[in-house]
Design a protein around this ligand. Sequence first.
Ligand code: AMP
Ligand code: GLY
Length: 434
Amino acid sequence: MNILVVGGGGREHAIIKKLKENPQAETIYALPGSGGAAQDAVCVPEIGAKDIDRIVDFARSHAVDFAVVAPDDPLALGCVDRLHEAGIPCFGPEAKAARIESSKVFAKNLMKKYGIPTARCEVFSDSAEALAYLKTASFPIVIKADGLALGKGVLIPQSLAGAEAAVKSIMEDKAFGDSGNQIVIEEFLTGPEVSVLAFTDGRSIVPMASSMDHKRAGDGDAGPNTGGMGTIAPNPCYTPAIAAECMETIFLPTLAAMRAEGCPFKGCLYFGLMLTPDGPKVIEYNCRFGDPETQVVLPLLKTDLLTIMQAVENETLGELQVEWRGGAAACVVLASGGYPGSYEKGKAITIPQDLPANVTVYHAGDAAAEDGGLVTSGGRVLGVTAVGETLEAALETAYAAAERIHFDGKYFRHDIGRRALNEIERQALRAAEV
Ligand code: AMP
Ligand code: GLY
């Protein structure tokens, strides 16, 4: 089988590596892929993930049998719709269903209409009305641009003055472009955050191992927001009781709501949850695998990924038994100095050949150098994942490997998983008390 993966980050590399485990997978193409992913796939750096016309032409001319569209932009632009029109089976939602991520207003209205627990909110398309509303609000408050904004469209001002400035910057100065034509202003929730990625064919849903992202650039959650500096799975805050509650109050109702709206969701649906004192609530939906969540979730998957993805496309997911290995996984992202602000590129990367077998290096922001090696080309350069019997073991192995990989300006967080380890300890103490 010829398989096509659209995208070029660490998430896509993790998907490619997993697909490769199926002996039926002959050639895997990655558009654009990355320097390091070329070890596992035929990368085509000239074709970007948003070049829908060229992606469809490529799939046709290279006899692609199955395509996986991983990033949000091509999904929102209708890449899956176009590949389907060309007769190519795909994993990923069509544009109508991708609105669950590409329009926060769509997602919030869906949750409101179908009683899915989320933060109370108001939607505004006029800045004067939004500013008037703020005068009656309490702080902190959460202000979100409607559309895709590279994960940066969420502001949490602590005061009225800060909130007014945020509304003006999004709606009047268009800090996130047209994404800010409409905004959502919502109540500030508190509690641990959990990411749950789930396979769904629109009717059946199979949640994957839960995970925890670390979005801030610096240790102790200091510094600016990033695309994600590291992840662990499973997330210890997500207990079996909470998982059962989420299935009942959030996952199944979301699937039913999307069907009722005429846009059944097929693909990977990502639930960004907050475990509030009033129960689990949806912070956001994503219409795709998370990055770097995928780099810890897929290594724990025992069942063949291609088989699952085909079952999603054929709407036979309910007939499949999806299995997970025990233990835990941790991913430490190695970033370019300066990220998420500006950073230098073109730094030579050295990765030892003798990393332990339970370590996988996922390539995200690198490119092939003229001498055949790899150089940095992006902010998040590599994701170093380790699996282990315990989270502690996985973290120790991932960090030991991260230390041995070099490029000028390399930086990473030193506290990935610390909050999760504290939670595991707290639960153990509590169990010992009872
Ligand atoms: P999002 O882009 O929707 O994932 O939001 C980015 C981050 O903002 C989330 O991971 C949360 O940490 C935070 N956030 C979003 N909405 C809320 C909310 N209603 N209350 C508290 N924090 C929030
Ligand atoms: N890691 C968060 C995301 O993929 O949106």
